[in-house]
Design a protein around this ligand. Structure first.
Ligand SMILES: [Zn+2]
Ligand SMILES: [Zn+2]
Length: 328
């Protein structure tokens, strides 16, 4: 088959959004107030944002022991936090997987790669992509999420964080930082992810995430433990800037469940009237590896010339950049 015929066959088999990738970003220059406002509306009130914030608040207020209990490291409450985190992962990631791949609730509508997830493939543990993905998400992902979370609460409970803040002292600051966390995480994600593409780290750890050339919801948190240690490390910020333990709770919960959306393998989840736009951007990262390291609304891929919108022009640009890198 010639290259063009392969492209044609791919286009027929798979689905591509009509407008490839267009990020609404507050970083467009010159500054565009309308674009920034649209971004802000989605950032605060989009369905994904509401799911994250709602779960963050519920988890802190109803599913987290009191700081007094967490002053001493005792297995019972630590185990409960681990089980709660596994439960959260099943609730969000498991539900998305169930709807898209088990119940096949929307068939292959908006599915990027209609071949779906790998089964009976010896490259994956248990010869099954989903089982391998679930294993690393539940054991290593929820394990290190819990480790960091427990350690941070214990530090808050014993006065080891630098600037603890109280609700009554600074309610507005606490709310503001809570809302800012997904954005802080997006910056942190770009740099840690970029680091894992450094060859020694890629070969030691990040290769595991990239075994998923096509992804499903469980692929999101399917990482090597070394990568989990880095990926979840953003929570250390709350050890050194004025923070309340609710921030650590939400920070880690967001890191645990938000990768679901970029890895669904679909451009949209449609359940009756509910529509959750996921995106093509990170799918392209899994398909081509050396592009789109960050999130769609971050400036970094534009700035460093690694932005790929799915078009032939972007593909050519990426090819030229990689040839140039190899020469050097
Ligand atoms: Zn990924
Ligand atoms: Zn990567």
């Amino acid at each position: 088959m010639t290259a063009t015929t392969i492209e044609q066959a791919e286009t027929q088999a798979n689905w591509k959004p009509a407008i490839l990738v267009k990020g609404e970003t507050p970083y467009s220059w010159p500054f565009q107030p309308k674009v920034a406002l649209k971004w802000l509306k989605n950032y605060l009130f989009g369905p994904i944002a509401l799911i994250h914030a709602g779960l963050g608040l519920f988890t802190w207020f109803f599913l987290t022991p009191s700081l007094a209990t967490m002053q001493n490291l005792v297995w019972d409450w630590v185990a409960l936090i681990y089980l709660r985190n596994v439960g959260l992962l099943f609730l969000v990631t498991g539900s998305a997987h169930f709807w898209l791949y088990v119940r096949k609730g929307q068939g292959s509508d908006f599915q990027f790669n209609k071949q779906g997830l790998r089964e009976n493939d010896p490259r994956f543990w248990f010869k099954n992509q989903t089982w391998e993905n679930m294993f690393f998400g539940i054991v290593s992902g929820c394990g290190i999420w819990t480790l960091y979370e427990v350690l941070t609460y214990w530090m808050f409970a014993n006065g080891y964080v630098l600037f603890p803040v109280e609700w009554l002292e600074s309610p507005i600051y606490i709310a503001f930082l809570f809302l800012l966390i997904p954005h802080i995480r997006a910056h942190h994600f770009y740099f840690t992810h970029r680091l894992t593409h450094w060859k020694p780290l890629y070969d030691a750890a990040h290769y595991l995430h990239h075994k998923n050339t096509n992804t499903g919801p469980w692929s999101g948190l399917s990482m090597h433990p070394i990568e989990h240690l880095l990926y979840l490390s953003g929570v250390f910020l709350h050890w050194v800037i004025p923070s309340h333990p609710i921030h650590a709770c939400f920070h880690l919960l967001h890191a645990g469940i938000s990768p679901t959306w970029g890895h669904t393998g679909f451009n949209r989840i449609q359940v009756n009237k509910l529509r959750i736009d996921t995106n093509y951007f990170h799918y392209l990262h899994h398909r081509y590896f050396e592009c789109n390291y960050g999130n769609l609304d971050m400036p970094w891929d534009h700035l460093f010339g690694t932005f790929h919108d799915g078009s032939q022009e972007s593909k050519k640009r990426m090819g030229a950049r990689l040839r140039e890198q190899r020469k050097r």
